[in-house]
Design a protein. Structure first.
Length: 389
């Protein structure tokens, strides 16, 4: 099945480069040029300026400015930057500090990885499975599980001491255990082990990478943290990110392996908490219906938070289009987990114990918002997915 994804707001998915340091990019005429070290060295060597350049770095260290050096040598020109950069992105903002890179392929072209798309599907299917349980069973499977794990963390000496490495490891293990309980207890052979990739029922869903778009199609955006019940909102500091802007379209493939799904059904008449496999198959055979359901719930939750807690009206207005998919960085706890199904008190406990203690403030209380325009705001990650192409 071929699907089309259209971005309704900017999307950021982190690239392998991580952060670009100030010495690794140059701003010139509303574009940000990302320096290619080999190309720059060659051009400076050909002009007998490489030794001068390296001496400046050695003497000034992190205070050395590539921009100032090129200006002094009258090399801060379009022609020179085209020769010495790997690629460029549109930039209409004042950047100070590091830039978070966006994912690109081997040819520096932005694309959407199938793993990121499937991650959204995975979370959404888990959300829908748990949402459709009766209240008593959902409390047992989800809320009681969360409370039990939080108690384990508090009782562990490493948790009591507040070791950050242990907190991060515990959060990963915590999420992994819930994922295993929902998805990785399905066997095909009688002697097959559970809790491994072979017993993962989402093997039935295969998602391809999307097509790529033009190299220079990214925009740089300034993102700030807005917080409810805070004397300082937004925060003073900013995060600068490469983004795929609104209005871009991608295509990708989704395949449901019916043979494998039926093999799972033969040995698993229901899941570990009694949901009939026939019900699971309906969800797995139409994964984007689950995504649509979770995204719709998330949109209502976010609209309420922005209007009531942050006093920002119409920030999620996408004109005639309604998002049914959310992807990438900036989704927060509600978009990347099943936390919307937890009682408010449990969400607060989860935030206060494993993240940052904010007392009785709503959980989560912060949102990442694009502020590049400064006269209007935008939210990251909202899209529309269509299969009628």
């Amino acid at each position: 099945m071929k699907l089309k994804l259209k971005t309704l707001s900017s999307i950021h998915i982190g690239g392998k480069e991580g952060n670009f340091l100030p010495m690794e990019y140059l701003i010139f005429r509303n574009k940000c040029y990302f320096i290619n070290e080999d190309k720059l060295s060659k051009e400076l060597y050909d002009r007998q300026l490489l030794d001068n350049f390296l001496t400046g770095i050695k003497q000034k260290g992190k205070d050395f400015s590539v921009d100032a050096f090129l200006k002094e040598k009258k090399l801060l020109t379009q022609e020179f930057l085209d020769k010495t950069s790997s690629y460029s992105s549109h930039c209409n903002i004042n950047i100070q500090g590091n830039i978070r890179s966006c994912i690109r392929n081997a040819f520096s072209q932005p694309y959407l990885p199938g793993s990121a798309i499937k991650g959204v599907i995975r979370t959404s299917i888990m959300y829908v499975i748990l949402k459709r349980l009766n209240d008593t069973l959902r409390k047992k499977i989800l809320t009681d599980f969360v409370q039990k794990k939080l108690l384990e963390y508090k009782k562990d000496p490493r948790g009591e001491q507040g070791y950050s490495w242990f907190k991060e490891r515990f959060k990963q293990w915590f999420a992994q255990r819930l994922d295993e309980e929902i998805f990785q207890k399905f066997v095909i052979k009688n002697n097959q082990k559970r809790y491994d990739p072979h017993s993962d029922i989402l093997r039935c869903i295969q998602i391809s990478d999307s097509n790529s778009i033009d190299t220079g199609n990214l925009h740089l955006e300034e993102v700030k943290i807005f917080s409810a019940d805070s004397a300082k909102s937004p925060k003073d500091w900013s995060v600068f990110v490469e983004c795929i802007p609104a209005g871009n379209e991608f295509t990708f493939q989704c395949k449901i392996d019916e043979w494998l799904l039926n093999k799972f059904k033969e040995n698993n008449p229901s899941n570990s908490f009694g949901v009939a496999f026939s019900e699971l198959k309906k969800i797995l055979s139409n994964p984007f219906e689950a995504v649509n359901e979770m995204t719709s719930d998330l949109l209502r939750e976010e609209e309420s938070f922005f209007s009531q807690k942050l006093k920002l009206k119409n920030i999620l207005n996408f004109g005639n289009e309604t998002p049914n998919f959310r992807l990438g960085w900036g989704m927060g706890l509600l978009g990347t987990s099943v936390a919307m199904l937890l009682p408010a008190e449990t969400k607060q406990d989860l935030r206060n114990i494993l993240f940052t203690d904010r007392g009785d403030s709503p959980a989560p209380k912060s949102r990442r918002i694009i502020t590049s325009n400064h006269s209007s705001y935008a939210i990251l990650g909202w899209c529309v997915v269509e299969n009628n192409i």
